[in-house]
Design a protein. Sequence first.
Length: 111
Amino acid sequence: MSNICKAFEMSDKDKQREHLRKLVLVENFGDECNRKALHTWDDGCRILKRCPECDALVLCQYSEFHDFTGGHDKYYNDYFSVDSREEALALNEKYNGFQIEMEYKGKKIFL
């Protein structure tokens, strides 16, 4: 049975954010895999993290949208529940930044 981080069961976005800030780095996958951007906008990356409370793994996708009109850049954080490093690697191989958001069938959080 998979271990799912309790953040995925929370309905309050602020509590989710607070809990997800506690995640610790397992591996940084960078910004590209097989010529696929591992983020949705101008900059970003994917990182595998582990929850110190739940011991669950979470694939984190960080994206930044550059606003060149004089406004502020925007930041997007996506979180995908995964069972293993191997599953995270397979998701990186299969999905670019937009595809994973739309097609991933597991538990996910968009903040």
